[in-house]
Design a protein around this ligand. Structure first.
Ligand code: 5GP
Length: 191
C-alpha cells in the first residue's frame, strides 16, 4: 500500500475552508481529515471529537510536554495542535490526510515533512471575508476585527504555498481542490 499524501489547507477564518473540505471528502474516497486539539471553547453545534478535541490549557500543555503534537500554534489567543500519531497512522494506511491548520502550523509541518502539499484558500476580497465572518454570527465585533487582522498577516505568507484556491464560487473552488488531490494521486502534482 503506497503511503498517502499529506495536504495542508490554510486560509483566513471565513474563507470557507471547512465547506470546501466537507465537499472534498464527499467527492474523493480515501481522504481523512485530521481532528485537531484546541483550548478554544466549543461553538454552538460543534461536536467533541468530530470538530475538535476540546482540551483545557493544562491538558494541552501536557501533550506539548509529551511531544505528542506534529505541530501546534496559538491563534486568536487559543492553542491549536495536530496529534502526530493519528496522522502517521492514516498515512501508513494509504489514506490522503488533510490538515486544516493555520500558516504557523503549516510551516512547522513543511519543515518536518517537506513532501506535504500546501494549499491556501482565499476569499474574493477582504470585504467579502468580513461579510462571511459576520454572517456566521459567532464572534463579537472585537473578535471579527482580530480575525481580519490575522487574515491580512496570513495573506503575506501566501507565496510559500504550493497552490492558492480562490473561493469565489463553492462548486468551482471544490473542483479545483479535487483536481489538486487527484493530480497528487496520479503523481502529476507532487512537489
Ligand atoms: P477556528 O477557531 O475558527 O476553528 O480556527 C481558527 C484557526 O485555527 C484557523 O485558521 C484554523 O485553520 C486554525 N487551526 C485549527 N486547527 C489547528 C491545528 O491543529 N493547528 C494549527 N496550527 N492551526 C489550527
Amino acid at each position: 500500500m503506497p503511503r498517502g499524501s499529506l495536504i495542508i489547507i490554510s486560509g483566513p477564518s471565513g474563507a470557507g475552508k471547512g465547506t470546501l473540505v466537507d465537499r472534498l471528502v464527499a467527492r474523493v474516497p480515501r481522504v481523512w481529515v485530521s481532528v485537531s486539539a484546541t483550548t478554544r471553547a466549543p461553538r454552538p453545534g460543534e461536536v467533541k471529537g468530530e470538530d475538535y478535541y476540546f482540551l483545557t490549557a493544562e491538558e494541552f500543555e501536557a501533550h506539548v510536554r509529551a511531544g505528542d503534537f506534529l505541530e501546534w500554534a496559538e491563534v486568536h489567543g487559543n492553542r491549536y495542535g495536530t496529534l502526530a500519531h493519528t496522522v502517521e497512522d492514516r498515512l501508513v494506511q494509504g489514506l490522503d490526510v488533510v490538515l486544516e491548520i493555520d500558516p504557523q502550523g503549516a510551516m512547522q509541518v513543511k519543515e518536518l515533512l517537506p513532501e506535504a502539499v500546501l494549499v491556501f484558500i482565499i476569499a474574493p476580497s477582504m470585504e467579502e471575508l468580513e461579510r462571511r465572518i459576520r454572517k456566521r454570527g459567532a464572534e463579537t465585533d472585537e473578535q471579527v476585527r482580530t480575525r481580519l487582522q490575522t487574515a491580512v498577516r496570513e495573506l503575506q505568507l501566501v507565496e510559500t504555498y504550493d497552490h492558492v484556491v480562490e473561493n469565489d464560487d463553492v462548486a468551482r473552488a471544490t473542483d479545483e481542490l479535487v483536481g489538486i488531490i487527484e493530480s497528487l494521486r496520479t503523481g502529476e502534482g507532487r512537489c
